[in-house]
Design a protein around this ligand. Sequence first.
Ligand SMILES: [Zn+2]
Length: 300
Amino acid sequence: MTRQRRRKKNHFPLFLSLLLLICIGLLLCVLLNVPERLVDSFRKPNPAGSDPGSSVVSETAAALPADEIPQAESKEPAQEADAQIHSLPVYPISPSRVTYQDGFYYEPVSDTKELMERIRPYSFNESVNTKVSYEDLSYLRVRYVNFQDQDCEGELICSNQIAQDLLEIFYILWKDRYQIESIRLIDDFQADDTASMEADNTSAFNYRYSTGSTKYLSNHSYGLSIDINPLYNPYVATDKNGNRTVEPSSAAPYANRSLDFAHKIDKEDLCYQLFTKYGFTWGGDWKSVKDYQHFEKEIK
Ligand SMILES: [Zn+2]
């Protein structure tokens, strides 16, 4: 009896200790909110399907109207932008190709039959072109950074006489991550200058009249001019009565150059500084009209 009693007395403190440990454990669970999290992870579906811890965020998003759902963490816009990057045609390598840096080269337009056929009805304007031959023109490939800050590849056609200048300028712009929305041949727009400008496309050669003229050939006809980010840097003409014309008309919000906005070319802009350094003049310096997208080089 004495032995049995002693054993019972020994078990009682052990039981109390276990009870105390259980109580402390339960208290910790309540304080850390563990049961609710455990229940939550099983109860709430996870629409994202990847991060089980995001159930609370998902519930918040579902409760908001669609246009108020925060988008900052979404990767969808970048993926959409990826899909919009224009893929360029593949041409045979010309034996006369001049490579300045990786991804920056030019070669004679006349070396590539497919290219001549591509531009003949459009920028080359064969039916009326009496002044420029394929041999006068170079085809350029450059790299650039688009408005989504993605690396892209662009193509240009210009006079042989400014091909090296353009390669060097575009190389510096690319190294500096200067943003250009699009660099495609204007032939992709059937040589329609308005369509190319509305698409904010940067381009050079196009055998056509000057903007606002039906008499004088533009310097683009000789491949000696280039238009950069034209939607944000439009052509602006003001007549004697103060009536203003903006080309393209959709660029009217960017005609007031006293405003501050992205992609505006002014004298502080790297594009302006580079082109003028290489001997180009800027349309924004013209007196009668202003062509803020336009740089051209006079060749003597
Ligand atoms: Zn121009």
